[in-house]
Write a protein that binds this ligand. Structure first.
Ligand SMILES: Nc1ncnc2c1ncn2[C@@H]1O[C@H](COP(=O)(O)OP(=O)(O)O)[C@@H](O)[C@H]1O
Ligand SMILES: [Mg+2]
Length: 261
């Protein structure tokens, strides 16, 4: 129930008053401190923050891998604690921290995931993605023999297999060289438009976020400390009147402000 409110159908993800403590109730550590945000259909939200800010913990809560202490998460208007299997058919995830099974080839790995996601015409979809990410020549290579950049690309192929409506990307390109990141960003933008995907995207690379995100949330110590478009964030945080986003300086300013307050 949403207290009589009609849910906006275009809200793909709604996170409300999320809180997560680690450790004992007394003297524990608050990783997520009462955050709320939402994503509309087709939006790409950049999730920024220094190491330990709580970005991955938030994503794990959205994926249902960590149970929050408080708060509510709705995906496609449904509560993730109730309609899990239905919701997660249309969600996917990639991270540089995530490894596909080591001994399987890329093709085998993608085939296993395609089965799990019940992807129609799986071989066709896998071939299409491998070609898009220029990985077709590596299809018979075992995951363990790929460079970290290629592994990250394989993770993106896995993340797109089921044509997700909601895609959670946790530093997906962290180990790729700038040329590959540039290609990866452009590909993601293209696929996002074609397949109308809604994306939550974390990265430390400000250029990446400026290139891809419509809106940005800045997280520090588990709290949202700033939000807006990349340009609004730059103008409000740095009190500048320019018309170029400069998220790198925003990042440094907001990450260090804990020491100043
Ligand atoms: N399972 C856990 N047990 C205890 N502390 C954790 C656990 N997972 C994350 N943390 C802590 O929570 C904070 C947020 O971590 P994380 O969400 O991984 O940050 P980010 O992804 O922004 O770098 C960090 O201080 C981290 O050490
Ligand atoms: Mg993280």
């Amino acid at each position: 129930m949403t207290e009589g409110k009609i849910m906006d159908k275009r809200v793909i993800l709604e996170v409300k008053n999320l809180r997560k403590n680690f450790g004992p109730p007394a003297g524990g550590f608050t990783a997520i401190d009462n955050i709320s945000f939402s994503l509309k259909e087709g939006e790409i939200l950049g999730f920024l923050g220094p190491n330990g800010a709580g970005k991955s913990t938030t994503i794990y809560c959205i994926l249902g891998l960590i149970v929050p202490d408080e708060g509510n998460i709705r995906i496609f208007g449904k509560d993730i604690s109730k309609d899990r299997s239905e919701i997660f058919k249309e969600v996917n995830y990639a991270s540089a921290d995530f490894n596909l099974p080591w001994n399987l080839t890329i093709w085998e790995n993608l085939l296993v995931y395609a089965k799990l996601y019940e992807v129609p015409e799986a071989k066709k979809r896998i071939t299409e993605l491998l070609q898009l990410f220029e990985m077709i020549d590596f299809r018979n290579t075992a995951t363990r023999d790929l460079s970290t950049g290629l592994r990250a690309r394989a993770n993106l192929c896995k993340a797109l297999l089921n044509k997700p409506r909601l895609l959670l990307l946790d530093e997906p390109m962290v180990s790729m060289d700038p040329d590959v990141v540039d290609k990866g960003i452009n590909l993601l933008k293209q696929i996002q438009k074609e397949e109308k995907i809604t994306i939550l995207y974390t990265s430390h690379n400000m250029w990446e976020i400026e290139e891809i995100a419509n809106n940005v949330i800045f997280l520090n110590h588990g709290k949202i400390v700033a939000s807006g478009t990349p340009l609004e964030l730059t103008q409000s945080v740095l009190k500048l009147e320019g018309d170029e986003p400069n998220l790198r300086d925003v990042f440094i300013h907001l990450s260090r402000s804990k020491y100043e307050s």
